[in-house]
Design a protein around this ligand. Structure first.
Ligand SMILES: Cc1ncc(C[n+]2csc(CCOP(=O)(O)OP(=O)(O)O)c2C)c(N)n1
Length: 301
């Protein structure tokens, strides 16, 4: 894994932008761009990132960016790839950087089409589990029982297992990542940059606004997602699937921290603990963790 001192010093995500304090999207974006080293066209649909990178005079990405309609990211990226090919440029990465709303729900058909056409495209879904930019409405990635502005009493449905849908398209490279492990994230973007064809990176990242926690514990929450087994770090290159070293010991449920440790730090789950503890709902989430492990292992191993 890359040593921090060996990461490029150059910044492509510039200071003084409009991101919220403690925004983990900026942590992920910053390290992704250090790995891509500026030779990239980034396509952004409506989302927090589009607001942060485009608002003059605080526009902040030091690379070419195409802002596009919510449903159209992967189609726009396909067009950018075709234009580069027509100009004889082959070494530039075309990357979509879309939220979970723009991927799990609204952009999924364009993503599916572009991957089916085997487009040389890096699609990144940064998953803060909610439509953050417009006031934190529930998305298909919002977890069971999480409170949002459209699920006042907690979401009634579990989150969609998008990775399994994407896997059915057999991208050449597919991986999960987490903003709390930026060196691992950097390495994955470095790897993706060298691979031709459809690629998918799914980044888990906490949002202090929507999840309602103090900004300084964002990294801790991201790590707890892995240590409780809630978020699984894995990687698939061609047919070869590997469990990430961060998640290896948590395959065994006995090694996992209890899901409560992850939940109780977040205001969106506070109704599970106050006025009195809701053991049934906490158990639902504990069961979901195992359900996801079973589904992922069944699919890939
Ligand atoms: C077709 C369309 N519907 C709704 C909107 C309003 N809108 C802009 S950003 C956004 C939320 C995006 O959520 P997500 O993709 O999860 O990214 P995040 O805001 O969390 O970064 C919405 C609903 C829009 N711009 N276009």
């Amino acid at each position: 894994m890359v040593a921090t001192k060996d990461m490029p010093q150059k910044e492509y995500v510039l200071k003084g932008n409009a991101a919220c304090a403690g925004c983990q999207d900026m942590v992920a974006l910053r390290h992704a761009h250090k790995a891509l080293e500026g030779n990239v066209i980034q396509v952004v649909p409506a989302c927090c990132t589009s607001v942060v990178q485009s608002l003059w005079p605080k526009s902040c990405l030091d690379i070419p960016v195409l802002n596009t309609a919510f449903a159209a990211s992967a189609a726009t990226a396909s067009g950018a790839r075709a234009a580069l090919r027509a100009k004889g440029i082959t070494d530039t990465t075309v990357m979509v950087w879309a939220g979970d709303g723009g991927t799990f729900d609204i952009g999924i058909q364009a993503l599916s089409g572009a991957f089916e056409r085997r487009t040389d495209l890096l699609y990144v879904c940064y998953n803060n589990q909610v439509y953050s930019n417009t006031g934190t409405q529930r998305s298909g990635a919002t977890p069971l029982h999480a409170q949002t502005t459209t699920t006042w009493y907690g979401k009634k449905e579990p989150e969609k297992m998008l990775d399994l849908i994407v896997a059915a398209h057999e991208p050449v490279y597919q991986t999960t990542a987490n903003s709390s492990y930026p060196r691992d994230l950097y390495d994955k973007f470095k790897k993706a940059k060298e691979i031709e064809g459809p690629k998918f990176i799914h980044i888990f990242l906490p949002c202090p606004q929507a999840w309602n926690y103090p900004v300084e514990i964002g990294v801790e929450i991201g790590k707890l997602a892995v240590e409780t087994g809630y978020w699984i770090m894995w990687e698939r290159l061609g047919d070869e699937w590997t469990l990430g070293r961060q998640s290896k010991r948590f395959q065994d449920p006995d090694n996992r921290k209890d899901i409560e440790e992850f939940l109780k730090l977040q205001g969106r789950f506070s109704h599970l603990f106050k006025p009195k503890k809701d053991e049934k709902k906490i158990q639902d989430l504990r069961d979901f963790v195992q359900h996801r492990w079973d589904a992922v292992l069944r699919t890939f191993t």
